[in-house]
Each structure stands twice: as C-alpha cells, then as structure tokens.
Design a protein. Structure first.
Length: 295
C-alpha cells in the first residue's frame, strides 16, 4: 500500500510542479501588463530581460562556456528570437486579452510540432487550428472582434517562438543549460537599449516599479524554468507536451483573475480548438526518445 502511495506521489509531483510553472508564467504576464501604462510594452520587455539575465547568470554561470563559431550563429539567432518573442508578445497584450494572445502565440510551437510529421492524422490537428483561428481572428466586423494589430503582434510572436525552439535546440547542443542565460544576454544587448530609448532612463529605473519588474522576471523566467527542468527529468516527453497545451487556457484564467478580462463564448471555443489540436498533436506524435531537454 505504501509503495503504491509513494509511486503516486512521484507521478503527481512533477505534474503539479509543471502546473505551478504555467501559473507562474501567466501570473508574470498579468503583472507585466499592469506596468504597461507606466513604461509601455517595450519598457517592460527591457526590464524583464535585464533582470532575468542577471538571475540566469547567477543560476547557470554561463561564463564557464567557451563560445564556438558554428554554435555561435545558432546562439545569436536564438537570442534575437527570444527578445523578439517577448517584445511582440507584450505588444500584443497592450491590445488583446492575455488568453487570446497566448493562444495565438502558441500556434508557433504547435506548427513546429505538426509540420515535422506528414501523417494523415496531423491534418486533423491543422484543421482544428484553422477553425480556432477562424473564430479568433477579427475577420468579421463585430463588437467582439479583436484588435487586428494585436493579433498580428501575437502571431509574429508565435513565429519567433518557433524560431526560438528550432535554434534553441541547435544552440543547446553546444552550450547546454547555459544556452538560455547566453540567449537572454544577447536579447538584453539588443532590446534593453530599445526600451531605454523609447521610455527614457528616469521612468525605466524608477524605484517604485523595480520590485514589480523583478517579480515579473522571477515569475516569468527563473521560477518556472527551474520547475520545468525538475519536472522534465521525472515525466515522459509526451506527458510534458500534453500538459503544456493547457498554457492558453491558463493565460485566459489568469487574465480573468488579475486583469478582469473576459472572453466571449466564441473566443473560448476557439481557444479550446487550439488547445485540443495541441494535445492531439502531442499525443499522436512519434518520438525517437522519451526525453526532453530545455536549453
């Protein structure tokens, strides 16, 4: 009896930690949105990257790694993708609800997963995504239609997320766990000056907003990455991917709780079409290995 209970705890613990990681990321996004009226999306991006880089450097100590020519190109693209993804996602949050932005952005990694296969079942998941996007995108003029600029920002963030996955894997082959810290450093070198020029030195370094910005960096980066890495070593890759499919719904719930954002029934239907496609794609995916590496 005690053996069964211990096995259940071992199985349940990584699942709970992964759910906590998703709550942390979306809570961080909600908190970031509260800073938009003060320093804007680009200012929040600059502060998050700057503070997150410091935290990641302390955790992963990337200065121990030697930069190599071939891997350096992949690392640079990975870093640019990381910063672009964050900037575009925050720009979308200025215009559309959190849950919708996450769902639209999620089409990037979903596309990477689906188009890596050519089986007939994958067309079912592609069709579900198309249906979901058809209900989400502001194709028709209506009172509930989304800001088209915000939609474009979120979809562009999804493209950057796809590049982040592809080039993160390639850079990770050379730099391992230090990849995210090095990539964050590259992003900071590019996007911190952009935020600084857009917002100005005084507003960006206002002591009254630094605690919130630090909380965003921790909730969106350091804390969830740590939990995800712990969970990944204790669950199959397919289970991890399926659970991560809940991210858009988690974003919608966090938006309701912290930002008073409410979706229409049509938007909820679209959201669950995209989530269903992601779960289906992950569940039917043929993998060479059951291990996943976060770089």
């Amino acid at each position: 009896m005690s053996f069964v209970l211990n096995q259940k705890r071992k199985t349940l613990l990584p699942v709970l930690l992964l759910l906590f990681a998703m709550v942390s990321i979306q809570s961080g996004a909600s908190l970031a949105k509260s800073l938009f009226p003060t320093i804007g999306a680009l200012g929040v991006t600059a502060l998050r990257l700057f503070l997150a880089t410091i935290i990641l450097f302390i955790i992963f100590k990337p200065w121990r790694k030697k930069l190599r020519g071939h891997s350096l190109k992949h690392l640079l693209i990975y870093g640019i993708s990381l910063g672009s993804m964050n900037s575009l996602f925050y720009l979308s949050l200025e215009r559309i609800p959190l849950g919708v932005a996450v769902a639209l952005e999620f089409t990037g990694p979903l596309a990477v997963a689906m188009f890596s296969s050519r089986r007939a079942i994958d067309f079912v998941w592609i069709l579900m995504v198309i249906v979901g996007l058809g209900f989400l995108l502001p194709i028709r003029n209506s009172i509930n239609s989304l800001d088209p600029v915000g939609v474009v920002y979120a979809l562009a963030a999804g493209i950057c997320w796809a590049m982040y996955i592809i080039f993160g894997q390639r850079a990770g082959a050379g730099y391992g766990s230090a990849t995210v810290a090095l990539g964050s450093f590259i992003s900071t070198l590019i996007f911190f000056p952009v935020g600084l020029l857009t917002v100005g030195i005084a507003p960006l370094f206002d002591l009254s907003i630094l605690p919130i910005a630090l909380a965003v960096a921790i909730l969106s980066t350091a804390f969830p990455y740590t939990l995800e890495m712990f969970a990944l070593t204790r669950m199959p890759a397919k289970t991890f991917g399926t659970l991560m499919s809940l991210e858009p719904a988690m974003g919608a719930f966090m938006g309701m709780i912290f930002l008073n954002e409410h979706l229409t029934l049509t938007q909820w239907f679209a959201l669950f079409c995209i989530i269903g496609a992601s779960i289906g794609s992950t569940s039917t995916m043929k993998t060479k290995s059951e291990t996943v590496e976060i770089n």
